[in-house]
Design a protein around this ligand. Sequence first.
Ligand SMILES: Cc1cc2nc3c(=O)[nH]c(=O)nc-3n(C[C@H](O)[C@H](O)[C@H](O)COP(=O)(O)OP(=O)(O)OC[C@H]3O[C@@H](n4cnc5c(N)ncnc54)[C@H](O)[C@@H]3O)c2cc1C
Length: 811
Amino acid sequence: MGEKAKIVIIGGGIAGCSTLYHLAKMGCTDALLLERDELTSGSTWHAAGNVPTYSTSWSIMQVQKYSAALYRELAKDKDFPINYHVTGSVRLAHSEERMAEFRHVKSMARANNMEYDMLTPAQLVDKYPLIKTHDLLGALWDPLDGDIDPSQVTQALARAARALGARVRRNERVVGLRQNKNFGWTVTSKTAEGETEIDCQIVINAAGYRAGEVMALIGRHLPIMTMAHQYLITEEIDELAARTEPLPLLRDPDTSYYLRQERNGYILGPYEWQATPMWLDGIPDQFANMLWPEELERLEKQILDAGERVPVLGDAGIAKVVNGPIPYAPDGNPYLGPERSLRNFFHCNTFSFGIAQGGGAGKAIAEWVLNGRPEFDLWSIDRRRYKSYATTQYTVDKAVEVYQNEYAMGFPFEERPAGRPAYVSPLYEKLKKKGASYGARGGWERPTYFDPNNEVTDHSLSFFRRNGWRKVVAKEVHAARNGVAILDLPGFTKIEVKGAGAFAFLDKLLCTKIPKVGRISLVYALLPDGKVLSEFTVVRVAQDEFYLVGAASSEWHDLDVLEVALPNDGSVTLKNVTADYGSLIVVGPRSRDVLAQVTTSALDNESFPWLSMRMIDTKFGPVRALRVNYVGELGWELHASNEQMVALYDAIWKAGEKHAIADMGIYAVDSLRLDKCYRGWKGDLEIGFSPFDASLDRFVDLTKASFVGKDALVAEKAAGPRYRFVPMILDQDGDADAPFCSSVFSGDKRVGIVTSGGWSFTLDKSIALAYVRPEFEASGTKLEIEIFGERKPATVGQEPLFDPRNERLRA
Ligand SMILES: Cc1cc2nc3c(=O)[nH]c(=O)nc-3n(C[C@H](O)[C@H](O)[C@H](O)COP(=O)(O)OP(=O)(O)OC[C@H]3O[C@@H](n4cnc5c(N)ncnc54)[C@H](O)[C@@H]3O)c2cc1C
């Protein structure tokens, strides 16, 4: 009889050990960690051990905050001391833009109960007497930052897990994985003595830079690559030896390095421009506990710069250089959560900042595995955010770009070029020639704006309302509101659901009433605890046939949501038709006049009302037309085959010329949707909030016999809402719109959080969409939004802010 365990974790670095610890802590002690060499022998042993809580991402900040708190607890164990120095850190700002970014992160940190502060140059010198500040505007102080011995903390996690009853085996390598009929796994491991088979229910891939090798065991691809990353350690410096207090960690993001006191010397760790991908032909089998030879010349710029910033460093000799492997995903974030369409297989790998994130990630993955969801939304690190376009070459190109920009400012509307285009519409080349700029969403290239007359001369990025494209986007918005505009929007997730059991399946899965034949509804799938999991536009094509449309990035996520819930009696089939159809959006008061010249099908309100679907005839064959749109105007989404797209676009354009039809991009759509308070999936809607929190009550049908999450929503209804989703308008325009995760205040009380902010070119106002405590939801309520450190008065509005009775949509 083979060996058994409930859960097998592959890999004993910080991620695997933290996962094991958290599983055991949550009561699942029947967990076995297999490590091919010694614990920490991958990337963990040689990490510099910095543990920042800072992140411009809300969810990553929470992961890191948890790690730091956990490590502080572990370090209290006097029997097994861990070198953990909570020194605080200073991040230097050379520009107003950087100061703005820091002020926003400070506000996010404070919303997470972390007391970051902004420092003037003089205050910076108080914290860091050895620094030169002549060219600095200020700095950000994070009191919780510090450094930990990465091996000690990993061993502490493994020891604590073992003490709870979990198992760790070293020098045992996973060489085979086989899924069984009951969706459990048989793991084949290999030691010097031979091979063992272990039957388990769940596998967690925590194999660090070898996570791709593990996926290859089951014939799957993981978008991961390895980068060579270095830091140097200096010899002892007298001025540091003379100090009684350790210096805080110093990061100069604009020059791209960190500088940390290490005993009486320094560690200097740059993210250099010349990023160095390694192992493009595979990882050498024997590589463990190893480093590469130093390549100091790559770091010259940062070494010189740091020496000028902190002159005592300039004279110090270099004692040692560490050049080790660090795994990268295309966006530099790790992979957590389930593998697409594979039951009981989870990821906790590809960490570029695994010491800072390992503690929190271990907790999150343990929750995901045992409770079906992590505590907070982690879409930004969910494995399924990358679909098959993320090839090895794409991953390398993007990872190099992200490494080079590791400390760069996270400007909104930045469309980085590497690895693109991945997926394009048949109209891509044509629209480029017409002046389209492009941005990639879920791998799909989408026009961001059109500049046919080369009016946009300033392409610089900013947190402030300064983008050079504003005037051309304003024209696109004007066309959509007053005439007619057309947008090529490829990549929507499109799934056909058919069969005798299709209605019952969707009715059970969705909290919303299922539409009648020919009709369309916006519908929501919830988690059992009533929080929002997926959003679809559902079209009932026939009695037993549905067409579901979701966000471009949601394809793998939503397929999982549907597939897992599918009845196993064969009464329902799913077909992913995402790549088979494009969508042309034709909107505006003149859109009917234009479309009427392209089809003989009736478009009048009686024949084709708002929220309905018809097959319309065109010269190029029948086209599925949906009378819905994301901008709040009379208009249609035309879901046409790839073969039809170019001819259909040309015909619409020709018909639209006498109505001054305009091409439109997604920046215009984003402004238009704010007027109507249309939510965005994973921006405004995520697993932290229920549909009642999101003020989506009209999409919840509690009269249905049952649906996933119903009990939780019934209880929530009885208890009253925790939040309400409201639009807010800034009382004075100011020079910036509210960034994602701005805090909302009533007096000194933090009462909400902004999930979307932007400029309405229709209302000429700055709009924010926010979750606020229910007592503040009434229209006219005066609140304040903290925008880049300044509290700006704002007034709660009534949803929608434009065309309150949807008369334009029904026109
Ligand atoms: C120079 C340098 C400095 C760094 N500094 C920092 C820092 O200051 N802060 C920070 O947060 N991060 C830092 N990092 C990144 C950090 O080291 C990694 O993110 C982190 O160690 C990843 O941990 P892990 O557990 O995911 O992977 P690993 O530590 O690589 O662990 C994976 C384990 O899986 C095992 N394994 C692989 N395949 C198998 C198999 N088939 N069977 C069984 N076992 C297997 C491996 O042997 C390995 O032990 C640094 C990295 C480098 C290179």
